[in-house]
Design a protein around this ligand. Structure first.
Ligand code: ARG
Length: 468
């Protein structure tokens, strides 16, 4: 049975000699697209099953092809398969090997082109990565909520312009990132839904004259909507050159990277001696080769740093696509490394950020000291005057005068006496100084989304439930 196929799988009779080594190196993609092997084989199995249904393959031929593909898959899995660069890409490598072993393998490429095949493989590969990535984003949200809950009572200064602004619960600051990641999660699901459409049957550009059952293939490969209806592309020309899904993924990943980078920057600042709000466990930091005292927040720094390549990948993809004439052009082979690198980078960044947060403790004393800065409550003092009926602009001015007086007297704002306040403005009553009670101040901030005692507890509970 297993006689060698006389028909070469790759270059047809048109080509008299193979490409030179340099040309082969330039054009090959097996060095990176081997990663698509599992999906390439899944796609071939579905295509073969369909070819049997429409009478192109006999039952025996289908069985032989299935056996051959499964055996190849096992060998690849076990690391025993030899990829041949002269066969260019993952599609040709697998098909050539199959045809060597199973003569009917020569029928597998009926009504299929590498153009619709690669479009299929990449969609299927990305679909699986998105499912993993979605889990990782959820886990990152969980790690943020856990850290916030562990230190639910800790208050820190909130910053604008990196200047102390108003007090917030530490958990509130972390929950801001939970919200950002939630939008990322939503974008990821959107991307999945638009991507989950089967291009197979589009051929090289113009479909096929054979009566393919595209719906069957789509069903086999899980390209279905919520009702289980097959999702197939509606224009063969679009289908073979559409890489919108890759761009969408890289764009949403750019936002993920941006959010992770901002979080990383906060972590780096907080871990500095100047802030000293948090301590990252040793396993998630590295030392300096020269300075024995150093403990560097490398995971956070690399997460921040890798944002550059994620943005770069997006711009590279957009640039790659912008001037392509319809339809498939070999340029499209360049999409994969950008996409693979983006997936690898953002997934690892999300995973390691979550792990780092789970190994981070909060220096409560340093946070308490920073949060006790009474200037953080200057706005509360202005709100006090508003409650006395003063227009806010005047109240702002009156508290400004109090800040100036405190500075002149060389003491914190909260330590001005009632008499000193009254001297500045008659509207300051004896209860004005109650504004500087931090606990009370936090309990007053209970608008939806505000960092108030009750509201932050409510948000923590809401997220815990949502992420269960
Ligand atoms: N390796 C190619 C790619 O990634 C597969 C498609 C090749 N198609 C072709 N007509 N040469 O785009």
């Amino acid at each position: 049975m297993s006689q060698k196929s006389p028909v070469p799988v790759s270059r047809s009779g048109r080509f008299t000699s193979g490409p030179g080594a340099d040309v082969a190196r330039f054009t090959e993609s097996i060095s990176f697209d081997w990663r698509l092997w599992r999906h390439d084989i899944q796609g071939s199995l579905a295509h073969a099953a369909m070819l049997q249904r429409i009478g192109v393959l006999t039952r025996t031929e289908l069985k032989a092809i299935e056996k051959g593909l499964v055996a190849i898959a096992k060998e690849i899995e076990a690391g025993k398969f030899t990829w041949k660069p002269e066969l260019e890409d993952v599609h040709m490598n697998i098909e050539a090997e199959l045809t060597q072993r199973v003569p009917a393998g020569a029928k597998l490429h009926t009504a299929r082109s590498r153009n619709d095949q690669v479009a299929l493989d990449v969609r299927m590969w990305l679909r699986d990565e998105i499912i993993e990535f979605a889990r990782e984003l959820r886990d990152l949200q969980r790690a943020l909520v856990e850290l916030g809950s562990r230190y639910a009572h800790v208050i820190i200064p909130g910053y604008t312009h990196l200047q102390r602004a108003q007090p917030v619960f530490f958990a509130h600051h972390l929950l801001a990132y939970v919200e950002m990641v939630d939008r990322d999660y939503g974008r990821l699901l959107d991307c999945f839904n638009r991507l989950n459409v089967c291009p197979l049957g589009s051929g090289a550009i113009a479909g096929s004259t054979l009566p393919l059952d595209r719906e069957f293939v789509a069903q086999q490969l899980g390209f279905v909507d919520a009702q289980g209806r097959a999702q197939i592309t509606q224009n063969s020309m679009d289908a073979v050159c559409d890489r919108d899904f890759a761009v969408e993924f890289c764009a949403l990943s750019a936002l993920v990277a941006l959010h992770l980078s901002r979080l990383a920057e906060d972590v780096i600042l907080w871990a500095s001696s100047e802030f000293n709000f948090i301590k990252i466990a040793d396993a998630y930091t590295t030392g300096s080769s020269l300075m024995p005292q150093k403990k560097n927040p490398d995971i956070a720094e690399l997460t921040r740093g890798k944002t550059g390549r994620v943005y770069g990948n997006l711009v590279a993809l957009l640039t790659l696509l912008k001037g392509l004439p319809m339809t498939y052009n070999r340029d499209l082979q360049e999409d994969k490394e950008r996409l693979f690198d983006t997936v690898d980078t953002v997934r690892a960044s999300a995973r390691l950020t979550a792990a780092m947060l789970r190994h981070t403790s909060v220096n409560e004393a340093a946070c308490a000291t920073a949060a006790s800065d009474s200037a953080l409550l200057a706005t509360d003092l202005a709100d006090y005057l508003v409650r006395q009926g003063m227009p806010f602009r005047h109240a702002h001015h009156a508290v400004g005068a109090a800040v100036a007086l405190a500075e002149k007297l060389g003491k914190p704002l909260g330590e001005l006496t009632s008499a000193e306040l009254k001297g500045l403005n008659a509207a300051f009553g004896p209860d004005a100084k109650d504004c500087f009670n931090l606990g009370q101040a936090m309990s007053r901030r209970n608008l939806t989304g505000a960092p108030g005692t009750k509201e932050v507890a409510r948000q923590l509970t809401r997220w815990k439930k949502a992420l269960e």
